[in-house]
Design a protein around this ligand. Structure first.
Ligand SMILES: NC(=O)c1ccc[n+]([C@@H]2O[C@H](COP(=O)([O-])OP(=O)(O)OC[C@H]3O[C@@H](n4cnc5c(N)ncnc54)[C@H](O)[C@@H]3O)[C@@H](O)[C@H]2O)c1
Length: 430
Protein backbone atom coordinates (compact mmCIF):
# COMPACT_ATOMS: atom_id res chain seq x y z
CA UNK A 1 0.00 0.00 0.00
CA UNK A 2 1.34 3.38 -0.98
CA UNK A 3 0.38 6.22 1.32
CA UNK A 4 1.64 9.72 1.75
CA UNK A 5 0.23 13.01 2.97
CA UNK A 6 1.44 16.23 1.45
CA UNK A 7 0.53 19.88 1.53
CA UNK A 8 0.03 21.59 -1.83
CA UNK A 9 0.84 25.25 -2.13
CA UNK A 10 1.10 25.63 -5.93
CA UNK A 11 -0.79 28.27 -7.86
CA UNK A 12 -2.64 27.71 -11.16
CA UNK A 13 -0.51 27.60 -14.30
CA UNK A 14 -1.44 27.29 -18.00
CA UNK A 15 0.25 23.92 -18.56
CA UNK A 16 -1.84 22.33 -15.81
CA UNK A 17 -5.17 23.31 -17.30
CA UNK A 18 -7.21 20.33 -18.45
CA UNK A 19 -10.48 19.56 -20.15
CA UNK A 20 -12.67 17.82 -17.60
CA UNK A 21 -15.97 16.06 -18.14
CA UNK A 22 -18.28 15.64 -15.17
CA UNK A 23 -20.94 12.97 -15.52
CA UNK A 24 -23.98 13.55 -13.33
CA UNK A 25 -24.73 17.17 -12.43
CA UNK A 26 -26.31 16.67 -9.00
CA UNK A 27 -25.05 18.38 -5.85
CA UNK A 28 -21.63 16.73 -6.15
CA UNK A 29 -21.26 16.80 -9.94
CA UNK A 30 -22.35 20.39 -10.33
CA UNK A 31 -20.08 21.51 -7.51
CA UNK A 32 -17.17 19.57 -9.05
CA UNK A 33 -17.91 21.10 -12.47
CA UNK A 34 -18.21 24.67 -11.19
CA UNK A 35 -15.23 24.21 -8.84
CA UNK A 36 -12.84 23.03 -11.55
CA UNK A 37 -14.15 25.72 -13.94
CA UNK A 38 -13.37 28.33 -11.27
CA UNK A 39 -9.84 26.91 -11.21
CA UNK A 40 -9.53 27.71 -14.90
CA UNK A 41 -10.16 24.27 -16.41
CA UNK A 42 -12.43 23.70 -19.36
CA UNK A 43 -15.46 21.78 -18.09
CA UNK A 44 -18.08 19.73 -19.91
CA UNK A 45 -21.05 18.69 -17.77
CA UNK A 46 -23.08 15.64 -18.80
CA UNK A 47 -26.47 14.68 -17.38
CA UNK A 48 -29.50 12.72 -18.57
CA UNK A 49 -31.81 15.41 -17.17
CA UNK A 50 -32.52 17.79 -20.07
CA UNK A 51 -33.94 20.51 -17.85
CA UNK A 52 -30.83 20.49 -15.67
CA UNK A 53 -28.61 20.71 -18.75
CA UNK A 54 -30.65 23.63 -20.10
CA UNK A 55 -30.39 25.48 -16.78
CA UNK A 56 -26.64 24.93 -16.45
CA UNK A 57 -26.10 26.22 -20.00
CA UNK A 58 -28.04 29.34 -18.99
CA UNK A 59 -25.86 29.63 -15.85
CA UNK A 60 -28.87 28.93 -13.62
CA UNK A 61 -28.15 26.72 -10.62
CA UNK A 62 -30.72 23.89 -10.62
CA UNK A 63 -30.47 23.52 -6.83
CA UNK A 64 -30.43 26.01 -3.97
CA UNK A 65 -26.80 26.13 -2.85
CA UNK A 66 -25.92 29.69 -1.81
CA UNK A 67 -22.27 29.76 -3.01
CA UNK A 68 -22.96 27.74 -6.14
CA UNK A 69 -25.83 29.98 -7.23
CA UNK A 70 -23.37 32.90 -7.48
CA UNK A 71 -20.34 30.96 -8.72
CA UNK A 72 -22.11 29.36 -11.68
CA UNK A 73 -22.83 32.81 -13.14
CA UNK A 74 -19.12 33.45 -13.60
CA UNK A 75 -17.81 30.21 -15.11
CA UNK A 76 -17.69 28.62 -18.52
CA UNK A 77 -19.33 25.17 -18.48
CA UNK A 78 -20.84 23.44 -21.48
CA UNK A 79 -23.58 21.06 -20.44
CA UNK A 80 -25.01 18.31 -22.62
CA UNK A 81 -27.00 15.08 -22.50
CA UNK A 82 -24.53 13.52 -24.94
CA UNK A 83 -22.04 11.23 -23.18
CA UNK A 84 -19.98 11.33 -26.39
CA UNK A 85 -18.81 14.80 -25.33
CA UNK A 86 -16.53 13.10 -22.79
CA UNK A 87 -14.31 12.14 -25.72
CA UNK A 88 -13.09 15.74 -25.87
CA UNK A 89 -11.92 15.63 -22.24
CA UNK A 90 -8.73 14.38 -20.53
CA UNK A 91 -10.37 13.42 -17.25
CA UNK A 92 -13.93 12.26 -16.48
CA UNK A 93 -15.48 12.46 -13.02
CA UNK A 94 -18.36 10.04 -12.41
CA UNK A 95 -20.80 11.67 -9.98
CA UNK A 96 -23.97 9.58 -10.18
CA UNK A 97 -26.18 9.07 -7.13
CA UNK A 98 -25.87 5.97 -4.92
CA UNK A 99 -29.23 5.52 -3.18
CA UNK A 100 -30.18 2.62 -0.89
CA UNK A 101 -32.02 -0.51 -1.94
CA UNK A 102 -34.90 -1.57 0.33
CA UNK A 103 -32.51 -3.74 2.41
CA UNK A 104 -30.17 -0.78 2.95
CA UNK A 105 -27.50 -2.03 0.55
CA UNK A 106 -26.12 0.34 -2.07
CA UNK A 107 -27.92 0.65 -5.41
CA UNK A 108 -25.22 1.03 -8.07
CA UNK A 109 -27.53 1.67 -11.02
CA UNK A 110 -26.62 5.37 -11.36
CA UNK A 111 -22.90 4.58 -11.19
CA UNK A 112 -22.91 1.49 -13.32
CA UNK A 113 -24.97 3.10 -16.10
CA UNK A 114 -22.89 6.26 -16.64
CA UNK A 115 -19.70 4.20 -16.27
CA UNK A 116 -20.89 1.85 -19.05
CA UNK A 117 -21.85 4.83 -21.21
CA UNK A 118 -18.41 6.38 -20.66
CA UNK A 119 -16.64 3.09 -21.31
CA UNK A 120 -18.45 2.82 -24.65
CA UNK A 121 -17.46 6.36 -25.63
CA UNK A 122 -13.83 5.85 -24.61
CA UNK A 123 -13.45 2.94 -27.04
CA UNK A 124 -12.88 5.64 -29.65
CA UNK A 125 -10.26 7.47 -27.60
CA UNK A 126 -6.66 7.29 -28.77
CA UNK A 127 -4.93 9.08 -25.88
CA UNK A 128 -4.74 8.15 -22.23
CA UNK A 129 -7.87 9.04 -20.25
CA UNK A 130 -8.36 9.25 -16.51
CA UNK A 131 -11.70 8.16 -15.03
CA UNK A 132 -12.34 9.36 -11.48
CA UNK A 133 -15.10 7.92 -9.32
CA UNK A 134 -16.30 10.81 -7.17
CA UNK A 135 -19.48 9.20 -5.82
CA UNK A 136 -19.66 7.34 -2.52
CA UNK A 137 -19.41 3.60 -3.22
CA UNK A 138 -18.76 0.75 -0.83
CA UNK A 139 -15.18 -0.54 -0.56
CA UNK A 140 -14.25 -2.80 -3.43
CA UNK A 141 -16.77 -1.36 -5.91
CA UNK A 142 -14.36 0.62 -8.08
CA UNK A 143 -12.04 -2.33 -8.59
CA UNK A 144 -14.78 -4.98 -8.61
CA UNK A 145 -17.45 -3.24 -10.70
CA UNK A 146 -16.11 -0.11 -12.43
CA UNK A 147 -12.61 -1.15 -13.58
CA UNK A 148 -13.86 -4.23 -15.51
CA UNK A 149 -16.27 -2.04 -17.52
CA UNK A 150 -13.31 -0.20 -19.07
CA UNK A 151 -11.31 -3.28 -20.14
CA UNK A 152 -12.01 -2.64 -23.83
CA UNK A 153 -11.83 1.14 -23.68
CA UNK A 154 -8.23 1.82 -24.66
CA UNK A 155 -5.73 3.40 -22.34
CA UNK A 156 -7.95 4.20 -19.36
CA UNK A 157 -6.69 4.71 -15.81
CA UNK A 158 -9.11 4.76 -12.87
CA UNK A 159 -8.95 6.53 -9.51
CA UNK A 160 -11.32 7.05 -6.62
CA UNK A 161 -11.61 10.57 -5.25
CA UNK A 162 -14.48 10.73 -2.76
CA UNK A 163 -16.23 14.03 -2.15
CA UNK A 164 -16.67 15.30 1.42
CA UNK A 165 -18.69 18.49 0.81
CA UNK A 166 -21.57 19.56 3.03
CA UNK A 167 -24.76 20.78 1.42
CA UNK A 168 -25.25 24.47 2.14
CA UNK A 169 -21.50 25.18 1.80
CA UNK A 170 -20.81 22.90 -1.17
CA UNK A 171 -18.57 25.12 -3.30
CA UNK A 172 -16.65 26.48 -0.32
CA UNK A 173 -15.98 22.91 0.84
CA UNK A 174 -14.94 21.84 -2.67
CA UNK A 175 -12.45 24.70 -3.01
CA UNK A 176 -10.96 24.28 0.47
CA UNK A 177 -11.57 20.72 1.64
CA UNK A 178 -10.06 19.52 4.91
CA UNK A 179 -8.32 16.87 2.81
CA UNK A 180 -8.29 15.50 -0.71
CA UNK A 181 -8.28 11.71 -0.77
CA UNK A 182 -6.90 10.03 -3.88
CA UNK A 183 -7.36 6.29 -4.27
CA UNK A 184 -5.07 4.88 -6.96
CA UNK A 185 -4.06 1.46 -8.19
CA UNK A 186 -1.31 2.86 -10.34
CA UNK A 187 0.98 5.68 -9.35
CA UNK A 188 0.88 7.44 -12.72
CA UNK A 189 -2.94 7.70 -12.57
CA UNK A 190 -2.77 9.20 -9.08
CA UNK A 191 -0.11 11.64 -10.30
CA UNK A 192 -2.52 13.07 -12.90
CA UNK A 193 -5.14 13.72 -10.24
CA UNK A 194 -2.55 15.13 -7.86
CA UNK A 195 -1.44 17.60 -10.54
CA UNK A 196 -5.05 18.65 -11.05
CA UNK A 197 -5.34 19.49 -7.35
CA UNK A 198 -1.90 21.13 -7.31
CA UNK A 199 -3.60 23.77 -9.43
CA UNK A 200 -4.50 26.21 -6.67
CA UNK A 201 -5.83 23.87 -3.97
CA UNK A 202 -4.08 24.24 -0.64
CA UNK A 203 -5.53 21.24 1.15
CA UNK A 204 -3.54 18.20 2.24
CA UNK A 205 -3.62 15.42 -0.34
CA UNK A 206 -3.76 11.90 1.03
CA UNK A 207 -2.84 9.17 -1.47
CA UNK A 208 -3.82 5.61 -0.83
CA UNK A 209 -5.12 2.50 -2.55
CA UNK A 210 -8.64 2.62 -4.01
CA UNK A 211 -10.40 0.41 -1.44
CA UNK A 212 -8.98 2.45 1.42
CA UNK A 213 -10.12 5.70 -0.21
CA UNK A 214 -13.63 4.29 -0.54
CA UNK A 215 -13.60 3.23 3.11
CA UNK A 216 -12.30 6.62 4.32
CA UNK A 217 -15.49 8.18 2.96
CA UNK A 218 -17.76 5.62 4.68
CA UNK A 219 -15.84 5.67 7.95
CA UNK A 220 -15.99 9.49 7.99
CA UNK A 221 -19.75 9.60 7.42
CA UNK A 222 -20.35 6.76 9.87
CA UNK A 223 -18.35 8.67 12.48
CA UNK A 224 -20.29 11.89 11.91
CA UNK A 225 -23.58 9.98 12.15
CA UNK A 226 -22.33 8.36 15.36
CA UNK A 227 -21.59 11.78 16.88
CA UNK A 228 -25.14 12.91 16.11
CA UNK A 229 -26.77 9.81 17.59
CA UNK A 230 -24.38 9.96 20.53
CA UNK A 231 -25.32 13.53 21.43
CA UNK A 232 -29.00 12.69 20.91
CA UNK A 233 -28.62 9.84 23.38
CA UNK A 234 -26.93 12.18 25.86
CA UNK A 235 -29.69 14.72 25.14
CA UNK A 236 -32.43 12.19 25.83
CA UNK A 237 -30.84 11.51 29.21
CA UNK A 238 -30.35 15.25 29.85
CA UNK A 239 -34.02 15.92 29.19
CA UNK A 240 -35.02 13.52 31.97
CA UNK A 241 -32.47 15.07 34.33
CA UNK A 242 -33.45 18.68 33.57
CA UNK A 243 -30.10 19.51 31.95
CA UNK A 244 -29.60 21.55 28.79
CA UNK A 245 -27.67 19.27 26.40
CA UNK A 246 -26.51 22.28 24.35
CA UNK A 247 -24.60 23.53 27.38
CA UNK A 248 -23.18 20.04 27.84
CA UNK A 249 -22.09 19.88 24.19
CA UNK A 250 -20.48 23.29 24.47
CA UNK A 251 -18.53 22.18 27.51
CA UNK A 252 -17.44 19.03 25.70
CA UNK A 253 -16.44 20.93 22.57
CA UNK A 254 -13.68 22.87 24.35
CA UNK A 255 -11.80 19.57 24.54
CA UNK A 256 -9.56 19.42 21.45
CA UNK A 257 -9.85 15.65 21.40
CA UNK A 258 -13.60 16.00 20.97
CA UNK A 259 -14.25 19.28 19.11
CA UNK A 260 -17.63 20.96 18.80
CA UNK A 261 -18.87 19.87 15.35
CA UNK A 262 -21.79 17.47 14.90
CA UNK A 263 -22.86 17.76 18.53
CA UNK A 264 -26.20 19.50 17.97
CA UNK A 265 -28.83 17.34 19.60
CA UNK A 266 -32.23 17.16 17.94
CA UNK A 267 -34.48 14.98 15.80
CA UNK A 268 -31.55 13.26 14.11
CA UNK A 269 -29.70 13.26 10.82
CA UNK A 270 -31.36 13.19 7.41
CA UNK A 271 -30.18 14.10 3.92
CA UNK A 272 -28.87 12.08 1.01
CA UNK A 273 -25.65 10.94 2.68
CA UNK A 274 -25.53 9.92 6.34
CA UNK A 275 -28.63 7.66 6.46
CA UNK A 276 -27.91 5.81 3.23
CA UNK A 277 -24.15 5.58 3.78
CA UNK A 278 -24.52 4.11 7.24
CA UNK A 279 -27.13 1.66 5.88
CA UNK A 280 -24.80 0.66 3.03
CA UNK A 281 -21.90 0.06 5.41
CA UNK A 282 -24.10 -2.05 7.70
CA UNK A 283 -25.26 -4.06 4.64
CA UNK A 284 -21.70 -4.47 3.34
CA UNK A 285 -20.59 -5.68 6.77
CA UNK A 286 -23.48 -8.15 6.86
CA UNK A 287 -22.44 -9.43 3.42
CA UNK A 288 -18.95 -10.29 4.74
CA UNK A 289 -20.34 -11.90 7.90
CA UNK A 290 -19.70 -9.03 10.30
CA UNK A 291 -22.41 -7.45 12.41
CA UNK A 292 -21.78 -3.70 12.70
CA UNK A 293 -23.48 -3.29 16.09
CA UNK A 294 -22.44 0.30 16.82
CA UNK A 295 -23.63 1.43 13.39
CA UNK A 296 -26.90 -0.47 13.75
CA UNK A 297 -27.57 1.30 17.04
CA UNK A 298 -26.62 4.70 15.57
CA UNK A 299 -29.17 4.09 12.85
CA UNK A 300 -31.86 2.78 15.25
CA UNK A 301 -31.48 5.76 17.55
CA UNK A 302 -31.78 8.06 14.58
CA UNK A 303 -35.03 6.41 13.55
CA UNK A 304 -36.45 6.75 17.07
CA UNK A 305 -35.80 10.49 17.61
CA UNK A 306 -38.84 11.66 15.58
CA UNK A 307 -41.03 9.34 17.65
CA UNK A 308 -39.86 11.19 20.78
CA UNK A 309 -40.87 14.49 19.20
CA UNK A 310 -44.37 13.19 18.48
CA UNK A 311 -44.67 11.88 22.05
CA UNK A 312 -43.83 15.34 23.38
CA UNK A 313 -46.44 16.85 21.09
CA UNK A 314 -49.06 14.44 22.39
CA UNK A 315 -48.22 15.35 25.96
CA UNK A 316 -49.78 18.74 25.17
CA UNK A 317 -52.19 17.80 22.37
CA UNK A 318 -53.30 14.25 23.29
CA UNK A 319 -55.45 13.66 20.20
CA UNK A 320 -54.21 14.94 16.87
CA UNK A 321 -57.44 14.15 15.02
CA UNK A 322 -58.69 17.30 13.25
CA UNK A 323 -56.06 19.41 15.00
CA UNK A 324 -53.93 21.75 12.90
CA UNK A 325 -50.22 21.18 13.41
CA UNK A 326 -47.81 23.79 12.09
CA UNK A 327 -44.42 22.66 10.79
CA UNK A 328 -41.49 25.05 10.52
CA UNK A 329 -38.73 23.58 8.36
CA UNK A 330 -38.84 20.91 5.67
CA UNK A 331 -35.27 20.81 4.33
CA UNK A 332 -33.02 18.20 5.96
CA UNK A 333 -30.80 21.06 7.14
CA UNK A 334 -30.65 24.84 6.71
CA UNK A 335 -28.92 26.33 3.66
CA UNK A 336 -30.34 23.84 1.18
CA UNK A 337 -33.59 23.00 -0.62
CA UNK A 338 -32.76 19.28 -0.39
CA UNK A 339 -35.49 17.21 1.30
CA UNK A 340 -34.04 13.76 0.62
CA UNK A 341 -34.46 11.65 3.79
CA UNK A 342 -35.50 14.79 5.66
CA UNK A 343 -36.92 14.00 9.09
CA UNK A 344 -39.87 16.22 8.14
CA UNK A 345 -41.11 13.51 5.76
CA UNK A 346 -41.66 10.81 8.39
CA UNK A 347 -42.90 13.27 11.01
CA UNK A 348 -45.49 14.82 8.69
CA UNK A 349 -46.58 11.37 7.48
CA UNK A 350 -47.14 10.33 11.12
CA UNK A 351 -49.20 13.49 11.79
CA UNK A 352 -51.36 12.80 8.74
CA UNK A 353 -51.78 9.14 9.75
CA UNK A 354 -53.23 10.35 13.07
CA UNK A 355 -55.75 12.59 11.32
CA UNK A 356 -54.02 15.95 11.85
CA UNK A 357 -54.14 18.79 9.35
CA UNK A 358 -50.63 19.99 8.54
CA UNK A 359 -49.66 23.49 7.54
CA UNK A 360 -45.96 23.90 6.74
CA UNK A 361 -43.37 26.50 5.86
CA UNK A 362 -39.75 26.37 4.70
CA UNK A 363 -37.76 29.27 3.23
CA UNK A 364 -36.33 27.16 0.35
CA UNK A 365 -37.64 23.61 0.27
CA UNK A 366 -41.38 23.98 -0.37
CA UNK A 367 -41.14 23.18 -4.11
CA UNK A 368 -39.23 19.95 -3.48
CA UNK A 369 -41.47 18.94 -0.57
CA UNK A 370 -44.57 19.57 -2.64
CA UNK A 371 -43.42 16.82 -5.01
CA UNK A 372 -43.64 14.37 -2.08
CA UNK A 373 -46.90 15.71 -0.61
CA UNK A 374 -48.68 17.38 -3.55
CA UNK A 375 -52.09 17.81 -1.90
CA UNK A 376 -51.96 16.32 1.59
CA UNK A 377 -50.56 19.35 3.38
CA UNK A 378 -50.95 23.10 3.12
CA UNK A 379 -47.88 25.22 2.43
CA UNK A 380 -48.19 28.67 3.95
CA UNK A 381 -46.42 31.69 5.42
CA UNK A 382 -44.68 31.41 8.83
CA UNK A 383 -47.47 33.56 10.31
CA UNK A 384 -50.14 31.10 9.17
CA UNK A 385 -48.08 28.19 10.50
CA UNK A 386 -47.85 29.94 13.86
CA UNK A 387 -51.65 30.14 14.01
CA UNK A 388 -51.87 26.32 14.27
CA UNK A 389 -52.92 24.43 17.44
CA UNK A 390 -49.29 23.46 18.01
CA UNK A 391 -46.02 24.03 16.17
CA UNK A 392 -43.13 21.67 15.45
CA UNK A 393 -39.70 23.06 14.53
CA UNK A 394 -37.86 20.62 12.27
CA UNK A 395 -35.05 22.64 10.60
CA UNK A 396 -32.82 25.25 12.25
CA UNK A 397 -33.21 28.07 9.72
CA UNK A 398 -31.94 31.39 11.17
CA UNK A 399 -35.17 33.18 10.32
CA UNK A 400 -37.07 30.98 12.80
CA UNK A 401 -35.22 32.94 15.48
CA UNK A 402 -37.14 36.09 14.65
CA UNK A 403 -40.72 34.76 14.79
CA UNK A 404 -43.15 35.59 17.58
CA UNK A 405 -43.89 32.38 19.49
CA UNK A 406 -45.59 33.93 22.53
CA UNK A 407 -48.95 32.30 23.35
CA UNK A 408 -48.10 29.21 21.25
CA UNK A 409 -47.43 25.56 21.95
CA UNK A 410 -44.01 24.77 20.45
CA UNK A 411 -42.21 21.43 20.29
CA UNK A 412 -38.68 22.19 19.15
CA UNK A 413 -36.61 19.53 17.38
CA UNK A 414 -33.67 21.82 16.55
CA UNK A 415 -33.06 24.30 19.40
CA UNK A 416 -34.38 27.63 18.20
CA UNK A 417 -33.64 29.86 21.21
CA UNK A 418 -36.39 32.40 20.47
CA UNK A 419 -39.03 29.66 20.57
CA UNK A 420 -38.43 29.27 24.31
CA UNK A 421 -40.67 32.33 24.80
CA UNK A 422 -43.68 30.15 23.79
CA UNK A 423 -46.52 29.65 26.28
CA UNK A 424 -45.71 25.95 26.26
CA UNK A 425 -42.25 25.02 25.06
CA UNK A 426 -40.64 21.57 24.87
CA UNK A 427 -37.20 20.87 23.43
CA UNK A 428 -36.72 17.32 22.24
CA UNK A 429 -33.53 16.78 24.28
CA UNK A 430 -33.47 19.84 26.53
N1 LIG B 1 -25.18 15.37 -1.69
C1 LIG B 1 -24.13 15.44 -0.90
O1 LIG B 1 -24.08 16.24 0.05
C2 LIG B 1 -22.96 14.53 -1.10
C3 LIG B 1 -21.74 14.82 -0.46
C4 LIG B 1 -20.66 13.97 -0.66
C5 LIG B 1 -20.79 12.84 -1.45
N2 LIG B 1 -21.99 12.56 -2.04
C6 LIG B 1 -22.09 11.38 -2.89
O2 LIG B 1 -21.93 11.80 -4.25
C7 LIG B 1 -22.80 11.04 -5.10
C8 LIG B 1 -23.73 11.96 -5.84
O3 LIG B 1 -24.58 12.61 -4.91
P1 LIG B 1 -25.56 13.79 -5.37
O4 LIG B 1 -26.21 14.29 -4.16
O5 LIG B 1 -24.84 14.72 -6.26
O6 LIG B 1 -26.59 12.92 -6.26
P2 LIG B 1 -27.77 13.43 -7.19
O7 LIG B 1 -28.73 12.32 -7.26
O8 LIG B 1 -28.19 14.79 -6.73
O9 LIG B 1 -27.10 13.64 -8.62
C9 LIG B 1 -26.84 12.62 -9.54
C10 LIG B 1 -26.99 13.18 -10.94
O10 LIG B 1 -26.63 12.15 -11.86
C11 LIG B 1 -27.49 12.24 -12.98
N3 LIG B 1 -27.45 10.96 -13.71
C12 LIG B 1 -28.08 9.80 -13.40
N4 LIG B 1 -27.78 8.86 -14.33
C13 LIG B 1 -26.95 9.44 -15.23
C14 LIG B 1 -26.30 9.00 -16.40
N5 LIG B 1 -26.46 7.75 -16.85
N6 LIG B 1 -25.53 9.87 -17.08
C15 LIG B 1 -25.37 11.14 -16.66
N7 LIG B 1 -25.95 11.62 -15.54
C16 LIG B 1 -26.72 10.78 -14.84
C17 LIG B 1 -28.85 12.58 -12.36
O11 LIG B 1 -29.73 13.12 -13.32
C18 LIG B 1 -28.42 13.59 -11.29
O12 LIG B 1 -28.42 14.91 -11.80
C19 LIG B 1 -23.48 10.02 -4.19
O13 LIG B 1 -22.74 8.84 -4.18
C20 LIG B 1 -23.43 10.68 -2.83
O14 LIG B 1 -23.47 9.75 -1.78
C21 LIG B 1 -23.06 13.40 -1.90
Amino acid sequence: MDMEAKETELQPSEDKKKTISVIGLGVVGLTTAVGFALKGHKVIGIDIDEEKVRQVNKRICPIYEPGLVKAIENVEITATTDHGAALKSDISFICGGTPSRSDGSIDLFYIDTPARQLAEVLKAKKDRHLVVVRSTIVPGTTEGVIVPLFRNSGEVAICANPEFLREGTAIEDFLAPDRIVIGENDRAAGDILCKLYDNGFKSPIYRTDIKTAEMIKYASNAFLATRVSFINEIGNICKELGIDVYKVARGMGYDKRIGSEYLSAGIGFGGFCLPKDIAALIAKSREIGHRARILEEVSNLNKKQPVRLLKLLKKHVPSLKNKTIGVLGLAFKPGTDDVRSSKAIEIIQALLDEGARVVAYDPRAIANFMRLFPSEIEFASPEKVLAADAILILTEWDEFNSLDYRSKIVIDGRMIAKAKEARIYEGICW
